[in-house]
Every structure is written in C-alpha cells, then in structure tokens.
Design a protein around this ligand. Structure first.
Ligand code: HSE
Length: 442
C-alpha cells in the first residue's frame, strides 16, 4: 500500500483534531482510501503546554526546516492562522515541492491568486476544504458533485458566531451586546470576535466559494461587507411582523456577466430553509442550472468538524500522489476560466429593502416619504407605522415613531439617493436603518 507522509504546522484546536483522526482512524482511512497516511512530524512554537491530543515525542518538530527539508514528506498541513506567517510558509512549501492543505480562509481570499498561480506553476496542490464552513464538504461538492452545473447563485450562513448572536436576539428578544458577551463566556465567540462580527470572516469564505463557482480570482477589496454590530432588536421585531428572519447572509451570484459578492444582515422569509438554521450552525445553498436548488448544513467550526475537512484534503491529495495522475487538472480548479472576475459595484445591486425611518408623528410625513420614493422609481410593498414612541422632537416635542417601509425590488443607487433626499429634507430625526431583503417577488 502506498504510504503518504504528512506534517502539520500549528498545533491548536484544529491541529489536535487532525492528529487525533490521522492516528486513531489510521486503519479505517487505509481501508477506505487504499493508501496509508502517516502523520510524521508536527511543528508548533511551544511544546511546553498541555494539548488535548498529546503527541508522542518523536513526532514533535522544533524547526520548520524539519518538515520543509524532509524529502519523504509529501504534504504540509498549515493550521497557524493570520496571514504573513502562513503565506511565507506556503511559498516555502511550494518551493520545496510539498503539497499544502490549509484551513486559512483569510489568506486564500486575500492572497489566493498569487499562491494558486505559483502552486500551479510548480504542480503543487492546495487543499482548502476546511477554509469554508468547517465540516461541510462544500468545496468538494462544487468541484465534483456539482461540476455539471452553471452556478446561478451560491449563498448562505457562513459564520457561526454571528448566527448564534442573531438567533438569540431573534428568539429571546435580547440586545446585541448582552448576547455577544454570553457567546464569549461560552467560548462560541473568540476573545476578539471583530472579524466575525464585522462580516469579514463570512466575506473571506464567500470570496472563495465565488471564485470556485465562477472560475476566476476575485479582488477581495471589492467585496461588499457589512456586519451585525449595529443591529437593533427593534428591527428584528419589526421584520418578524413582516414575516422575516434576520441572518448574516453571504451571497454570490452572476449579474450581467459580473459577479456580485456581498455580505450583510439580510431579512429572509421566515419559511426559507436558511431561516431555520440556528445557533452556531452554518448552511450553504447552491442553485445550479441542472440540479436546481441544493442545501448543505453542518458545523462550521470546532476541532473535529474542521479536522474532518482537513483529512479529506489529505486523503484526496494523497490518492492523486499515489496514482500519479490528476495533479495538472486539479490545480487549475480555482481558476478554470483563467481570468480575474469583475465584481458588480454596490450601486448596481438590485434587491428588496427594509427601511426604518425615525419620524415625528405628524400630518403629511408619509406623503413626503412616498413622494421621494416615487421620484426614484421605488415601489412600496408594505408599510408599518407604530404608535410606539421612541423620543420627542422639536420645540413642540412631537412624538417620534418608527416608520418601516418594505420595498419591491429596487436599485441600490436609487435607494441611497432617496434616503439621502429624505434625510436632507429633515423628514427624519435619526439616521435611517437599511436592511436588504432576499425574497422573490410574489
Ligand atoms: N469564527 C468562525 C465562525 C469559524 O464563527 O464561524 C471559523 O471560520
């Protein structure tokens, strides 16, 4: 049986999970894959700690060179996090002829083009199943199971931390700050959850999915990103009244030959399958022209779910090494159109909108708002005005109330112009809340 030797760099939560699976399931993997995977060496900066899966002494490496210069090592598994160190490590791995498996979405989304092109030139494969949605095999599904499809749209919940927070806000009526603190206390949110909360983590993941789906590289700086840090429970309640559930959605779709990639809080119809995805779970929906709609659901983080994806890449690359085929084909899979993809500008987005204006409860306000909407060709689908007083405004201390308008599909450009005009006319007393709505017109 062909033997494949693997080294791991970074022995944190995921690294421990990978070592555990490779050692404890060694026989099972050999039976299923027809190759023997040997965990040969692991490098981490500090071995003087307690690890959930303690390694035998002979597998501990004390310098990266022990892996990079080992002629018998086939695959380096990069599990370090950050960007600069793993980028450098991957370049060295490519130079030294080692195939790479990584879970690093930030690195691939921001510097993937450079890495993939260099790897391709050297015939090196980069496996990245674990970089998107942890244990859900979405990368392999796009590359293999759904290969017969033109992908029309791929979208989903790609961040567990924010989904946990929004689920709690929706179900328990709590505010953002208290739920975030609870998530941190329970270990669901990182000590520094900035990249989760502000949408960057989900944006890294959808950038990778969009690249794979549409076959080219995406300039991450052009991706539209909005997080959940300013979400107010009042909007979650008002959205629910309109039949919607709020999720942080990552969306990629083709639009006039360009790829539209965006991450933002989104109202989804409460009966939509993604509205039912609660807590730390992730889910991805893929619409293909042959298959129709498909949905993938599972754990997007955690030691063993992520390790499950890492090991699938190790086995996949190991098999092609053993067979000596497929490498040339596989390395181009991220860039099968051999081009950079053009991104849709934010002003060209076309969707439905939930707008909450904060207005004095006096005669003629609704008429003024709807006049501006008509000017910008925005059609109103529903209106809610509450008697709930938020504050009092002006010398006469008029009651201030929320006025919610749900639109039919409109252009972002027109929506932004309308909001600006309404605010300039001083019809509103606070900044307007805008939440995009993914809902087919009935
Ligand atoms: N921090 C991420 C999440 C998991 O909350 O989903 C790793 O990508």
């Amino acid at each position: 049986m062909k033997e494949i030797n693997v080294g791991i760099v970074g022995y944190g939560v995921v690294g421990n999970g990978v070592a555990k699976i490779l050692e404890e399931k060694n026989e099972l993997l050999a039976k299923k894959a027809g190759i023997r995977i040997n965990l040969k060496k692991v490098f981490t900066r500090n071995w003087n700690k307690k690890f959930p899966y303690p390694l035998s002494e002979e597998k501990k490496a004390f310098s990266l060179d022990e892996l990079l210069h080992d002629r018998n090592l086939h695959i380096i598994v990069e599990l370090t996090g950050g960007i600069d160190f793993p980028y450098d490590l991957m370049l060295k791995s490519i130079k030294n002829g080692k195939h790479i498996v990584t879970a690093n979405k930030a690195l691939l989304a921001e510097k993937g083009k450079d890495l993939f092109l260099q790897a391709e030139e050297k015939g090196i494969r980069i496996g990245f199943e674990a970089a998107v949605a942890g244990g859900i095999p979405i990368i392999r599904s796009l590359r293999e199971g759904l290969i017969a499809n033109k992908i029309q749209k791929i979208y989903g919940i790609l961040n567990g931390t924010t989904n946990y927070i929004l689920t709690k806000m929706f179900k328990e009526g709590r505010d953002f700050v208290s739920v975030l603190k609870e998530a941190q206390d329970l270990g669901y949110a990182e000590a520094d959850p900035t990249l989760d909360i502000n949408g960057t983590d989900a944006a890294h993941k959808i950038t990778i999915l969009a690249s794979l789906s549409y076959g080219g590289f995406i300039d991450f700086l052009g991706v539209y990103i909005e997080g959940i840090e300013n979400i107010n429970s009042l909007d979650i309640d008002l959205g629910r009244e309109l039949g919607y559930t709020l999720k942080l959605l990552a969306i990629a779709k083709l639009h006039n030959g360009e790829v539209e990639v965006r991450v933002h809080p989104t109202f989804l119809p409460s009966e939509h399958p993604l509205s039912k995805v609660d807590g730390v779970y992730n889910a991805v929906m893929v619409e293909g022209d042959s298959v129709g709609e498909t949905m993938f659901y599972g754990k997007g983080a955690g030691s063993l779910p992520t390790a499950s994806a890492v090991v699938s890449d190790i086995v996949d690359i190991g098999k092609s090494i053993a067979l000596g085929v497929g490498r040339e084909i596989e390395v181009t899979s991220m860039n099968w159109e051999h081009r950079d993809l053009s991104l849709t500008k934010t002003s060209d987005f076309y969707t439905r909108y939930y707008l909450r204006f904060t207005v004095p409860d006096i005669t003629g306000i609704l008429a003024k708002v709807s006049t501006v909407f008509a000017k910008y060709n925005i059609s109103i689908a529903a209106v809610i005005q509450k008697e709930k007083v938020i504050s009092f405004a002006g010398e006469t201390k008029e009651k201030v109330v929320p006025l919610v308008i749900l639109t039919h599909t409109a252009s972002e450009n027109n929506i932004q112009k309308a909001i600006k005009e309404i605010e300039n006319q001083k019809i509103t007393v606070e900044k307007t809340v805008l939440i995009r709505v993914e809902d087919e017109e009935k």
